[in-house]
Design a binder for this molecule. Structure first.
Ligand code: SF4
Ligand code: SF4
Length: 338
């Protein structure tokens, strides 16, 4: 059911949500940017709808809500372990369409790829999604090429109108009745979505792992500085490492954490015996790109990349992931010799 609502009416709804949920949305962190006196837009808890940033793409994705940068899993002493406290409340999260598609990818990786990940599952099972409509495409977005520009599996949608009011489409029965009481106007609402992006990509139909033999990857040996930023902003990069933090000198009391990791940084492929795979940055770029647009699809039937363009936005060396995808056709021709 669709409604036309004011910020006051939405804030009243938010108050009722906060009994059982934390509300997460892209908001401005003043002074939190990469350079001095610059801001950062990332996910954080909010109390009021006015805190949500609608007119810019978030620099970082929502994934840190479900997959924290550093998460204590359990505490240990010499004779026992104790699970770290779980979340006290569920979460309502505001996502754009590309990120809602990314949530499906996280679910398939953490819940449907063998035994479910316990820590992800306990956060995920009490999650509600509010879709943020996109009335225009942002820089570097290529969601249309990736088929992620539209979403229907939301609990509520929200579109900010030029006059500062909001159009929402609500599918949650409880929220619906609250909105029916609060809103003076009911109407049909279709969430805004883009139908074209300036940036487009073409993933060749004949793409195979043979493209690994192309010379195209060498360019990244020197251009990429293996900072890992592209992984950290990506809503579908989920790799982590384990760290044991010891409180005592005998090393028998402490906590185990899982912490984000990046396939682009040194040490990611280190193995026992001093071995290390993918030492060159071009090899790491090749691994990342083909995971996003080739082998993940072979397992799951759809591409891992959702075309949010954040990796292009953040790269300090101006390396474009979308340009890289668009080089794959020529690279396939190169390696197939035709
Ligand atoms: S952000 Fe750019 S420079 Fe940094 S690891 Fe990724 S591709 Fe390389
Ligand atoms: S690879 Fe880049 S464009 Fe694709 S989902 Fe990750 S950050 Fe977004």
């Amino acid at each position: 059911m669709g409604f036309h609502v004011t910020n006051m009416q939405l804030n009243t709804l938010f108050q009722t949500w906060q009994t059982n949920y934390q509300i997460y949305a892209p908001r401005n962190f003043s002074g939190g940017g990469r350079f001095s006196d610059t801001d950062c837009i990332r996910y954080g808890t909010i109390d009021h709808v006015e805190e949500i940033v609608f007119d810019k793409k978030s620099d970082y994705s929502f994934k840190e809500v479900l997959n924290p940068i550093s998460q204590t899993l359990f505490f240990f002493t010499e004779g026992e372990t104790r699970e770290a406290d779980g979340p006290q409340k569920g979460a309502v999260i505001f996502l754009r369409s590309c990120d809602l598609h990314a949530l499906r990818r996280l679910d398939d990786m953490y819940l449907n790829n063998g035994p479910a990940d316990y820590y992800y599952q306990r956060l995920r099972k009490n999650l509600k999604v509010v879709l943020m409509g996109c009335d225009h495409s942002f820089d570097n977005c290529f969601c249309v090429s990736m088929g992620t520009n539209e979403s229907t599996n939301y609990d509520m949608s929200i579109d900010l109108q030029p006059d500062g009011t909001y159009l929402v489409d609500c599918r949650d029965p409880e929220w619906n009745s609250q909105l029916e009481t609060a809103s003076s106007e009911q109407l049909e609402v279709i969430p805004a979505h883009v139908t074209e992006n300036h940036t487009q990509v073409h993933i060749p139909e004949n793409l195979t792992a043979d493209v690994a033999r192309s010379g195209m990857w060498k360019e990244y040996d020197s251009r990429c500085i293996n900072c890992g930023r592209c992984n950290f902003v990506c809503p579908t990069c989920t790799c982590f490492t384990m760290q044991d933090l010891y409180y005592s000198e005998n090393g028998k009391v402490g906590e185990r954490r899982r912490v984000w990791a990046s396939c682009m940084v040194d040490g990611f492929t280190d193995v026992a015996g001093g071995g290390s795979y993918r030492k060159k940055n071009g090899e790491r770029m090749r691994f990342k790109v083909l995971h996003k647009v080739l082998d993940y699809k072979q397992r799951n039937g759809y591409h891992m990349c959702v075309g949010c363009g954040r990796c292009d936005d953040i790269c300090p060396e101006y390396i474009s992931f979308s340009n890289c995808i668009n080089k794959l056709q020529n690279a396939m021709t190169e390696v197939s010799g035709s």
